[in-house]
Design a protein around this ligand. Structure first.
Ligand code: ZN
Length: 168
């Protein structure tokens, strides 16, 4: 396991387009492990490869919408694409690469994503609520987009006191 350093907003690599992953071997598997391990140490619900300086289309997202008594789990998405979305949600959003800042962002309330797993197999996964928001946020990272680009407004410090669980 290797913990990676999370880049913050002035870092130019956060603004680049990430390239697809085309080889599904040890290197990709190691990257996914590192993303998982790094996210597990953070107060966030998602992490994209460019946030650790790797300009490849890979993200991990924590599925927090689980039945009571069941554990949250991480979803690994390689080369993810949103293939369906519906509804809207407007609410606070943050980012591990933009520490201590939050903004109001409107996202779909439901998305369906098509992606590949670390063996290269295609699969589809649905997300609602925070998970849908997180899928959109992480996929934006692959295009070099930060939530601050699309926030309707940023929150004042007194408005986000006590937050921190919603950083992606
Ligand atoms: Zn982010």
């Amino acid at each position: 396991m290797a913990l990676r350093t999370i880049l913050t907003k002035e870092e130019p690599r956060l603004r680049k387009h990430s390239r697809p992953i085309t080889e599904f071997g040890q290197k990709t598997s190691d990257l996914m492990d590192d993303l998982r391990d790094t996210l597990a140490t953070q107060e966030g619900v998602g992490l994209a490869a460019p946030q650790v300086g790797i300009l490849r289309r890979a993200v991990v997202v924590i599925e927090t919408n689980v039945p009571e008594g069941e554990d949250e789990y991480m979803i690994e998405l390689i080369n993810p694409e949103i293939i369906e979305s519906s509804g809207t949600q407007t609410g606070p959003e943050g980012c591990l690469s933009v520490p201590k800042e939050f903004g109001i962002v409107t996202r779909p309330d439901y998305v369906k994503v098509r992606a590949q797993d670390r063996e290269g197999n295609f699969f589809e996964v649905e997300g609602t609520g925070l998970t849908a928001r997180c899928f959109c946020h992480e996929i934006d990272h692959l295009e070099g987009v930060l939530f601050t680009d699309i926030a309707e407004r940023m929150l004042d410090p007194e408005e986000y006191q006590g937050r921190g669980e919603e950083e992606d």
